[in-house]
Design a protein around this ligand. Structure first.
Ligand code: GLN
Length: 237
């Protein structure tokens, strides 16, 4: 049996609005596609396992971001190298922000990030909350945002998608998330993967191709995901 190792960064501190569902979805869909999965939980001050095939991370309160900052910065060079090597990653909201250069909170407190994305974030005057629809290279992605941070992509940083409905990175320039190598950053909770099987399968496909040279998807019935998407798409928040 072929095994895919899925690592979650800081699941105690960075895991809100259902982000844990991303792990469950990857585990389940990888199994449905014929793989075994192994779960690696990365916590602050533990050595970072560099053998993960997929790395995910969730959102968090400003205080959670503060707690994991030192460990994240310590592992920044390794994570940037794994990204350059093509390891697929998905970072949501709070960790998406810290995969950029920094997040500046309302209080003016700087939480530094690892600069994998050429982007920076500053807390805005209101929280951006609600269902979001975006158009990406993979197709339409639907999720739920809840953040104070306004993220700005520097000019060579590509977005993950363009907002059709909702605020996205900053509510002003129409971008949502960021993409570099096989690393996806996004504001979308919901969680994002159960509602977007195409993104879950993309991460699995990249991981399986990196490790085993090919990926042959199996047919999966996604009717529940379709129902969840339809409901989210018609609700303002
Ligand atoms: N604390 C950050 C913000 O408010 C991230 C929030 C989140 O991860 N949902 O922007």
């Amino acid at each position: 049996m072929k095994t895919l190792k899925i690592m979650c960064l800081y699941p105690n501190e960075m895991n809100i609005y259902g982000d844990h569902g991303n792990l469950l979805t990857l585990q389940k869909r990888a199994q449905w596609h014929g793989f075994e999965t192994e779960y690696i939980q990365h916590e602050p001050d533990k050595p970072l396992d560099t053998t993960a095939d997929i790395i995910i991370g969730g959102g968090g309160q400003d205080s959670g971001q503060d707690k994991i900052q030192a460990d994240l910065l310590k592992n920044g060079a390794v994570l940037r190298q794994l990204a350059a090597d093509g390891v697929p990653m998905l970072m949501i909201c709070g960790l998406y922000q810290l995969f950029g250069h920094y997040f500046e909170t309302h209080a003016g407190h700087h939480i530094d990030g690892i600069g994998l994305f050429d982007a920076w974030t500053k807390a805005g005057p209101t929280r951006l909350i609600g269902n979001v629809i975006t158009e990406t290279e993979l197709g339409e992605i639907i999720g739920y945002e809840n953040h104070s941070g306004l993220t700005h992509l520097n000019k060579n940083q590509s977005a993950f998608g363009r907002v059709i409905k909702g605020a996205g990175n900053n509510g002003a320039d129409g971008t949502e998330g960021a993409r570099r190598y096989n690393v996806f950053g996004s504001y979308l909770h919901g969680p994002i993967l159960p509602k977007n099987p195409l993104l879950a399968d993309e991460l699995i496909k990249i991981a399986a191709t990196n490790k085993f040279g090919k990926f042959t998807p199996r047919k999966i019935d996604d009717c529940l995901a379709r129902q969840a998407r339809n409901i989210a798409a018609t609700r303002p928040r």
